[in-house]
Design a protein around this ligand. Sequence first.
Ligand SMILES: Cc1cc2nc3c(=O)[nH]c(=O)nc-3n(C[C@H](O)[C@H](O)[C@H](O)COP(=O)(O)OP(=O)(O)OC[C@H]3O[C@@H](n4cnc5c(N)ncnc54)[C@H](O)[C@@H]3O)c2cc1C
Length: 426
Amino acid sequence: MKPYDIIIIGAGPAGTSAALFLEKLGYRIALLDQARFPRDKVCGEFISPAADAILSELGVLDAIEAVNPIRLKGVALSAYERSWLQVDYPTSIDGVVMTSLSMERSTLDHILLNRVRDSQVEFMEGFKVTDLVFEDSRVCGVKGRDEAKTEFHIKAKVVVDAGGRNSISLRRLGLKRSSADKGKIALAAHWQGVRLPGPYCYMHISRPGYTGIAPVGSSRANVVLVTDKTCVTGKDVEKFYRNTVLKNPLRGEMLGTGEPAEKVRAVDSLAYSVKTPQCGGLILVGDATGFIDPFTGEGIYLSLRSSQLATGVIARAFDRLDFSKSQLENYDRLRSEEFSKKFFLSNTLQRLIYSPALCVRVVKTLAEQKDLARSLVGVIGDYIPASRVVCFEYLLRLSGGILRSQTSFLQAEKGMQTPPVLDRKN
Ligand SMILES: Cc1cc2nc3c(=O)[nH]c(=O)nc-3n(C[C@H](O)[C@H](O)[C@H](O)COP(=O)(O)OP(=O)(O)OC[C@H]3O[C@@H](n4cnc5c(N)ncnc54)[C@H](O)[C@@H]3O)c2cc1C
């Protein structure tokens, strides 16, 4: 096959956005995916407010708006049915309206791919990469098989691996670090006939896990349940999912009028981290760089942003004709500068949600001190820098609030029987 400047493995949000960014700079690009689209993808389908700017730069925001996606006003959270919080995004920041997109992945992926198909990128569906090709310990291409089992071998100056959680680089180079929460499983389905109180992303933490619920159409919602795998082992998954989701009274109220509109889909062993590849010619983007538990639901934004950062570094590598490990490592430095505090926060939140007493108290404190909650939601939504929350002052105020509220909380806890009514204006 003819050589390309850049080969991109995987046509999810990371791969398509990398392809579009790099194509704009004039490079010859091959984008390969083993699947035929539309392909299934388990996802909470809630996209951080900050993603709008990147989607606009990619030239897909108009196409997204044209399908009338749901725009969410904020986040509503409940902890163990004992404390509640609802936070709205600011109406606008620097004149930009703050909302988050909630739309089915098949639609988002389709729009991104349509844009790719309209570009000069060579998109090859049904092309499975089975190995990286090396020259002088630098990646210089890929090989694999197409659907007819015909072998292919393509050369390029740079390979961008956007192959997601099971990407070839992670397996071939042993880059995946074992995960602390190996035992987690996510079960997901779209529900029809539901009545959500408003356009919010609803996170309900309760035993035996948590759910993320987001409206994705009229009376239609995406419901993801994350729990320990052991809870599901040996059980009828459909029954377990439906019963667990509806057992929580808040969820029951929202979803009780509806039904799952499809078979429950599962993905296991959620979080993992990834080591930097020790070779030139290779850059990882999107989920191939690691994955944090979806509680803070920002994988799509991180995928788009990682591709944006990778584009700058790849362009510099072409300018200098230097595709060495040390040149491409600048990308890992940029990612670390931008994301490390955010990952720290996300990991801390993961631990917190599985500690019921503390989680209930933190949510109560955030409900009482809305400015703390707004900062947290802003960091999770990627429109406020993580340093605003991952700092001594914030933690001091949060822990002070927790201590102050502890006495009143213990009293209230005894008397609190019914959940507060969330915003039902919409
Ligand atoms: C339960 C759950 C809930 C989530 N909820 C949210 C949410 O609400 N909001 C959010 O922003 N994010 C969420 N995420 C994360 C989000 O789905 C991912 O971060 C995002 O899909 C990553 O995009 P990607 O392009 O890196 O990978 P993917 O979308 O996984 O795409 C990878 C592509 O690579 C292809 N591929 C893989 N290997 C090869 C190969 N060898 N050869 C050729 N092709 C290959 C695959 O076919 C696939 O199409 C959630 C994830 C999970 C698991």
